[in-house]
Design a protein around this ligand. Structure first.
Ligand SMILES: [Zn+2]
Length: 182
């Protein structure tokens, strides 16, 4: 073997011209990928391996900006790690994102405990919140996204990149298995 031959873990290295025939993640492609999300302490927060890969219409802000930037240009089979700072992820925590809400807006107000995540029904739909304090008729909740202010560690594997249909581009989301069905 020539001294400078590149080798990956499999011992096989695809010539560059093969790779260039693959479809790369870019705007208006449908990209499927597995991800493991963990925090600074390497505690796992989410893992797509328990279900199907996430499938998104690329370039339309359907995932956090830091992850979309990192995936751009990759093709099926690529595996890589991405570190996303809060400003490219779920934003910084806001201390004024605390609200006092009447108990009637909760699904199951009698079982709430401080620190517990729960779902609040709002005019704009369901919203995930963390319970801070429970009074006799009101509950203080934290409206920050649970991952706000956190650095996100992703391990990514791209499983597929395909052309989006004109209909998917018009709707700005994926159709079919793993997407909208209408
Ligand atoms: Zn649609």
């Amino acid at each position: 073997m020539p001294k400078n031959a590149a080798n990956d873990e499999t011992g096989y290295h695809a010539p560059r011209f093969f790779k260039d025939t693959h479809m790369q993640a870019e705007k208006d492609k449908v990209v499927s990928f597995h991800y493991r999300l963990s925090d600074d302490a390497d505690a796992e927060v989410e893992n797509s391996r328990a279900r199907a890969p996430l499938e998104i219409l690329f370039g339309h802000g359907n995932i956090i900006p830091g992850l979309e930037q990192a995936i751009a240009g990759h093709d099926a089979g690529d595996r890589f790690d991405v570190v996303v700072p809060p400003e490219q992820g779920y934003g910084q925590r806001r201390e004024d994102f605390v609200q006092r809400v009447p108990k009637k807006y909760f699904r199951d107000p009698e079982h709430l405990q401080p620190g517990m995540p729960t779902v609040l029904s709002t005019r704009d739909g369901q919203r995930s919140v963390i319970v801070l304090k429970i009074g006799s008729s009101v509950v203080d909740v934290d409206l920050n996204h649970p991952m706000a202010g956190k650095t996100l560690h992703f391990a990514i594997e791209i499983t597929d990149v395909r052309e989006a249909t004109p209909e998917e581009i018009a709707h700005r989301h994926v159709h079919g298995a793993g997407g909208h069905d209408h």
